[in-house]
Design a protein around this ligand. Structure first.
Ligand code: PLP
Length: 421
């Protein structure tokens, strides 16, 4: 490896030509990265810099909806770049109107606000809930109830709404006004509500994932969500779904709420919406559409390029009948994972998930950790991710094919054989 002078002497270090896991980097240490440099992707496959091919069940963490470098999205975006890339929200943006129309025509929502990520969409939802509390319910200090083990993103309000203390540590004080109940547990919800005493009157909204993603791939219980829906209607408080991971077809339905047979008042999107391009959205029914001019904004939110990506993804999901593919491939993946648990019953406990959002749960008693499995899978040329220390998560592209799921199961089996035999 050749040493060269760092461009700025103030760095007090050397730059390296070439790379190694120990090479200094200019990037902050926010990510613990795997020793893999990805240089190319097609469909559900990616290549590293040595041109080795891997099967990708991560898809940019539930993001590359149409797979990597999809021909249709590529063409649409090149065309868009030749037209216009970015203009301010001070002017009308036809691509934004078109994506907004597509979203409201295909969901229970009536209005949309665009931003750039999941955390931002949830920030917007939290602001909307507070404004709703102030304006419609006459609350001075609105409270939002959220679930333990939830994940809503990394901005300060989003980590405050996230029911996992590990994300709060070192960043206290949290934004106030959040209280937590056990996911899928109606008794716990009622107990929390009653424990608030007079403050129960200050609850303006419930923020919840229809399937908990980062918290361990836990599908919502239909009965629990039905009770939540009725409760919110009775108390006139907002039911807000975080559909950042579940939205845009991941569950075999366009929206996660369809798996629960209820409609939220508000929901948020990001990840799969842009098919790999940065975009987030806050969607609301008319009854919750209370933002006024100046209440919220985003410089890049809803720019023509991102909206063209979102619209192309949405149209392609429907044109290619991808929801059916997600349902079929989801069942195939689920059944294949169950087979793996049966081969290694002392280590693998259960399979959880809906559609192409599946989690393989490692027994608490097993010495195996998610990280060990991910590293071993890399050796089998397979990308999987964790949803906590004991759950392996698979969220491949919605375009994944039957033979690719077969290959995924084969490589995952080989991963466990490598670790356990
Ligand atoms: N909400 C949920 C349910 C998520 O899974 C995530 C990301 O994993 C987020 C919010 C945050 O999204 P982003 O990383 O785009 O800010």
């Amino acid at each position: 490896m050749e040493l060269v002078d760092a461009p700025h002497s103030k760095c007090g270090t050397f730059g390296f030509v070439g790379s190694s896991p120990t090479a200094p980097t200019s990037l902050m240490k926010t990510y613990q990265r795997y020793p893999l440099t990805i240089t190319k992707g097609r469909g559900s496959w990616i290549w590293d810099k040595k041109n080795q091919k891997y099967l990708d069940s991560v898809a940019g963490i539930a993001t590359c909806t149409l797979g990597h470098s999809d021909k249709i999205i590529r063409r649409a975006l090149i065309k868009q770049l030749k037209k216009i890339q970015h203009i301010s929200n001070l002017y009308k943006i036809p691509e934004q109107e078109a994506l907004g129309n597509w979203l409201v025509n295909n969901s229970c929502a009536d209005k949309v606000f665009f931003c750039n990520s999941g955390a931002e969409a949830n920030e917007a939802a939290i602001k909307l809930a507070r404004k709703y509390g102030h304006k419609k319910l006459g609350i001075n200090e609105p409270i939002i109830l959220s679930a333990k083990e939830s994940f809503h993103g990394r901005t300060l309000a989003a980590i405050s709404a996230t029911g996992q203390p590990k994300y709060h540590k070192g960043f206290e004080p949290m934004v106030k006004g959040f209280n937590f109940f056990d996911y899928n547990d109606w008794d716990s919800f009622l107990k929390l509500f009653e424990s608030l005493g007079d403050k129960a009157l200050d609850v303006a909204a419930i923020l919840i994932e229809p399937i908990q993603g980062e918290g361990g791939v836990k599908p919502g219980s239909i009965n629990f969500f039905k009770s939540l829906r009725n409760f919110c209607r009775e108390k006139k408080i907002l039911l807000i779904f975080d559909e950042v991971q579940t939205g845009m077809g991941r569950t075999g339905f366009l929206w996660g709420y369809q798996t629960l047979n209820i409609e939220p008042d508000v929901f948020t999107l990001a990840k799969g919406l842009g098919g790999g391009h940065a975009i987030g959205a806050l969607l609301a029914k008319t009854s919750a559409d209370i933002f006024e001019a100046g209440d919220h904004a985003s410089t890049f939110g809803g720019n023509p390029f991102a909206c063209k990506a979102g619209l192309t993804v949405g149209k392609e999901i429907l044109r290619r009948n991808l929801l059916q593919n997600v349902k079929e491939r989801g069942i195939q993946l689920h059944e294949g994972l169950i087979q793996i648990t049966q081969e290694f019953p002392e280590h693998l406990k259960e399979v959880r998930g809906v559609g192409l959002m599946q989690g393989l749960v490692i027994d608490q008693e097993s010495y195996l950790s998610s990280q060990e499995v991910i590293n071993a899978a890399l050796k089998e040329k397979l990308l999987v991710i964790a949803a906590g220390p004991k759950v392996i998560r698979m969220v491949p592209a919605l375009t994944i094919k039957k033979h690719e799921i077969r290959e995924l199961i084969k490589r995952l089996k080989a991963t466990f054989s490598q670790l356990l035999h």
